[in-house]
Design a protein around this ligand. Sequence first.
Ligand code: ADP
Ligand code: MG
Length: 743
Amino acid sequence: MPSSISGDNPRYAALREASHRQSRIFDWGTDGKGQPLKVTELYGSNTFNDRVMKERLPKKVYARLHESIKRGEKLDKSIADEVAQAVKEWAVAAGATHFCHWFQPQTGLIAEKHDAFLDIDDEGQAVERFSGSQLIQSEPDASSFPSGGMRSTFEARGYTVWDPSSPIFIMEKPTGKTLCIPAVFISYYGQALDQKAPLLRSMESLSNAAVKVLKLFGNETVERVIPTVGVEQEYFLIDRAFYSLRPDLVSGGRTLVGSKPPKGQELEDHYFGALKQRVQAFMNEVEYELYKMGVPIKTRHNEVAPNQFEIAPIYETASVAADHNQLLMETLRSVSRLHNFAALLHEKPFAGINGSGKHNNWSIQDSDGNNLLSPGHTPAENLQFLVFLTAVLKAVHKRAALLRMSIASSGNDHRLGANEAPPAIISVFLGEQLSEILDNIEHGMPTKATEDRVLGLGISLLPTAARDNTDRNRTSPFAFTGNKFEFRAVASNASISMPLTVLHAAVAEALGEMHEAITNRVHDGTEFKQAVIEVVRQATSETKAVRYEGNGYATEWVDEAARRGLPNLSKTPEALAQMVTPEALAFFKNTGIFSEEEVHARYHVQLERYIKDCEIEIEALKGMVQTQIFPAAYEQQELLADSITKLVTLLKLNPEAEPAKAQVAQLHNCAQAITELQTCLDTLNNVVAGLEQTDELADKASALATKVLPAMADVRKVCDELEDVVADHFWPLPKYREMLFIS
Ligand code: ADP
Ligand code: MG
């Protein structure tokens, strides 16, 4: 008798474990007076925030630090020691034993190298020490971070430098507390090695361009313009017992085989449904941890797919939002373990079921707190709004290919265009109201009367109308939602820095062009308002192709977009190649984001990453087929063969005759499937072997996308057919119906 029947099929053990799982009890506990802890008491309690700074720093030092943070300027080195002293005292009092520069290398994850506060003084006594220079700069031995060859090992110096715009915080784990200093990671020559440095550069570039435009409109008080970002993060939760039994999830984050469950998301009964107790306890603890670090989580709910969820914060300055999204992903992963869940952040963990994205809600705000993408109350304000709005259109139109590049990853390729997520074609949805207004401006006669009408009526009516605009288009990768844009095609697993960096640079470029066009017209004697409306009109007509109000999931759109000349880069390798076109190199250089060398390095890192992702999946799939799926299929074959042998022997039958015939047919099918699986596996191996000669990374990546992935899909197809016929107790891999519905 196969051993699994007697109950030691690990999958059955996992099923028992998951079905009997008790929810981890978690509540926030009480404050000093025995009252339930309030969010206002918890929030930011582990951050070196403005209140703490004020309390702990000498008045003058506080004032200077506060100013440089507010203005986004470099810290005055002369106060570094005093700041460090205060930070150390605060952290040690809170129980921190170590400090680290907390940064974001190009792996998409967080890096931290811990140093103890411990030092030994001249008398051999232990003391706690933390200097200004340690606060400001550190030199991690970071030669194994991807740098695209920018730091060969003999010149492996990379530095992390404190980014004061993002609050210092204490990371609290059950195993200890660490002071984290948000930092950028740069090479000895100042080249960006991380995700954060380019983001900060892009924010500066955007601010400079936007401030110049605001000054045209007579704004005398504005000092800076900052992009604001609120990220809706989607993820899946499955029981950890199942996760551990899936080599594909453990090594690559997505299931490489798995037959469709009898019930998927057809009933749409999960969306906004009641939270299960275990899930709610998990979310509570995630929020608890994030609140302490000052991450302003606001919403949580069930998503469309079974066991899929969403969490979203209140929006913040883009660079802080980027840090906080990293903390959020990290916290989802670490807290999930405590609750015996695995948090899946991959873009497409399950085929045939909605994937996960990260909707980047994005706007720009001036230093007086005005949202520049919010329609104003007066015609003049609305004119200014239209400049910023059409600048975004220009940006997305001109740099669509680079925006696509910025969200490219092996994971996101499985989601984009999968009939649930925006296509790889980048277009903008504006909604009926704004579209009509822009159309009017475009076609309006260039006579004074028409313009007055547009300025006086059409546009000044805009505030209430556009703000209440609820006809959201969920199928658009880049949609205007009243007073912000929502970049919806961003990958769930990736840092938001690169998409934001490209967006900011592109908008900065567009604002620069518009500023110049307006100024030139005014210089030539055109009245200011007239000059602005002409430039807005021009921007409107030149960006028409990128505006699309229809269904982005429809196949017609693919043809329509091609007719309009919009890029449709469905695979990562071709999207990444956009980075290094002469035009893109010039764009990055002119906007101050990347030198040519930095772009090439990044291209290299990204290609390598793509190749590694694919190679890991290939190995995982081959291993599962060879060591788990074939053996299960053989057991099934043996079961049938045994049964037939006994049947024909006992009844002295010809196997071709009834009633043995039906079982023999099943045996044939099973054997056939095994043969077919072997054929598909051989094909996969051959295709992969064929790549060994390919040295050029770009060629390899593109062959993986176009040849290897389809060969993997063929292997999967047979595996899924087998899953449907092999006896349940032989099947070793947790099934979709189990992973998605039991929690
Ligand atoms: P939805 O209806 O799409 O859920 P919400 O108003 O709840 O829209 O916002 C979703 C996200 O957008 C939240 O993170 C929110 O903070 C963020 N958001 C709202 N206004 C802005 C803005 N001006 N800039 C950036 N993000 C914003
Ligand atoms: Mg939204």
